[in-house]
Design a protein around this ligand. Structure first.
Ligand code: NAD
Length: 300
C-alpha cells in the first residue's frame, strides 16, 4: 500500500478527495496556491507544505486535481525531474486529450507509471467518497492506482490506454450537457402548454424521456428536492465548468474528425449563458435563459 501521497490542488474537489485519503490511513502532503483551500484541507488532516516539490518529497504516489491542462503540465514539469523513477502519477483534473498525452509523455520519460483519471460525481461525490473514476493508462499503472482511487470513489473503470479516461469523461459530459438542455426545453414547452412540472416529471421519469438530468438533477424546483433548482441554482456543477467540458469535447471532435452537431449547439448555448454572467450558477440554471430565447429561436 502507498504510504505517502503528494496531493496538488486542494480546491472544491481536491480538498475533500485528499481528506478521504487521510481517512483511509494515508499520509497526505498537500499543496495549493490559495490559503483558503490549504486551511480547509489542513482541518481535515492533510499536511500542508509550501510547494509542489515539498508535496512529492518521499511520496510513492502523486495526485493532481487542478483547473485545466495548462496548470497540470506546469506542475508535472516542476515535479517530474525530482521524483524517483517508479513513482505513480495520477491526474484527476478534467483536461484536453492533448494535455493528457503530454503529461503521460513526461512521466514515461522519467520512468514513472501514470494514469489520467478524471471524475464524475461533483463536489457531493468528492465529499462522500462516491466519485466515478474513468482511467487511462497501462495495465500496470492502473493496477497500482486502482486501490487508491477506490478510497475516493465508488466506481473505477479502466477505459484503455493513456488519454482514454479523458476521452470517456468528455464524451459523458457531452451527453450530460445535451440532455440537460433537452430536459430544460421540455419543461419550458410544458409550461407554455399549461402542464405542471410534477405532471411532466411523473410521466417522463418512467417513460422514454427518462434520463439523469431529469430524475437526479431536475432543472425545475419541486420534483427532485435535492436538485440545485430548489436552491436558486447554486452549484452543484457550475455552468462555466460544463462549458469548459463541452469545449474540450468540441476540440477533440475537431481533432478526430467526428461530427457532433448537438454537442456544438450545446457549447454555443452554454457560451451564451455564460456571457449573461451566469457561469457561476449551476448548469441546470440554463433553463432561465432557454425560457427567454430570443425571437426567431423560439421556433427555429
Ligand atoms: P477548484 O477551482 O475549486 O480547485 C482547483 C484548485 O487548484 C484551486 O484551489 C487552485 O488554487 C488550485 N491551483 C491552481 N493552480 C495551481 C497550481 N499551479 N499549483 C497548486 N494549486 C493550484 O476546481 P475544482 O472544482 O476542484 O475542479 C478541479 C478539476 O476537477 C477541474 O479540472 C474540474 O473541471 C474537474 N471537475 C470538477 C467537478 C466539480 O463539480 N467541481 C466535477 C468533476 C470534475
Amino acid at each position: 500500500m502507498a504510504r505517502i501521497i503528494g496531493f496538488i490542488g486542494l480546491g472544491n474537489m481536491g480538498g475533500p478527495m485528499a481528506a478521504n485519503l487521510v481517512g483511509a490511513g494515508y499520509r497526505v502532503q498537500g499543496f495549493d496556491l490559495t490559503a483558503a483551500s490549504c486551511d480547509a484541507a489542513s482541518a481535515a488532516g492533510v499536511s500542508i507544505v509550501g510547494s509542489p516539490v515539498e508535496a512529492v518529497d518521499g511520496a510513492d504516489t502523486v495526485i493532481t486535481m487542478l483547473p485545466a491542462g495548462a496548470q497540470v503540465i506546469q506542475v508535472w514539469n516542476e515535479i517530474v525531474g525530482i521524483i524517483p523513477p517508479g513513482t505513480l502519477l495520477i491526474d484527476s483534473s478534467t483536461v484536453d486529450v492533448e494535455s493528457a498525452n503530454k503529461t503521460h509523455a513526461l512521466a514515461q520519460a522519467r520512468g514513472c507509471p501514470s494514469v489520467d483519471a478524471p471524475v464524475s460525481g461533483g463536489t457531493g461525490g468528492a465529499k462522500a467518497g462516491t466519485l466515478t473514476f474513468m482511467a487511462g493508462g497501462s495495465a500496470e499503472a492502473f493496477s497500482r492506482a486502482e486501490p487508491i482511487l477506490r478510497r475516493m470513489g465508488k466506481a473505477v473503470f479502466h477505459c484503455g490506454d493513456a488519454g482514454a479516461g479523458q476521452a470517456a469523461k468528455i464524451c459523458n459530459n457531452m451527453i450530460l450537457g445535451i440532455s440537460m438542455i433537452a430536459v430544460c426545453e421540455a419543461f419550458a414547452l410544458g409550461e407554455k402548454l399549461g402542464l405542471t412540472h410534477q405532471a411532466l416529471f411523473d410521466v417522463a421519469s418512467v417513460s422514454s424521456g427518462q434520463c439523469w438530468s431529469l430524475t437526479s438533477y431536475c432543472p425545475v424546483p419541486g420534483p427532485v428536492p435535492t436538485s440545485p433548482a430548489n436552491n436558486d441554482y447554486r452549484p452543484g456543477f457550475a455552468a462555466g465548468l460544463m462549458l469548459k467540458d463541452l469545449r474540450l469535447a468540441q476540440a477533440a471532435a475537431t481533432a478526430a474528425g467526428a461530427a457532433t452537431p448537438l454537442g456544438a449547439e450545446a457549447a454555443r448555448l452554454y457560451a451564451r449563458h455564460e456571457a449573461l454572467g451566469r457561469g457561476g450558477e449551476d448548469f441546470s440554471g440554463i433553463i432561465r435563459m432557454l425560457r427567454n430565447a430570443p425571437e426567431g429561436e423560439a421556433a427555429r
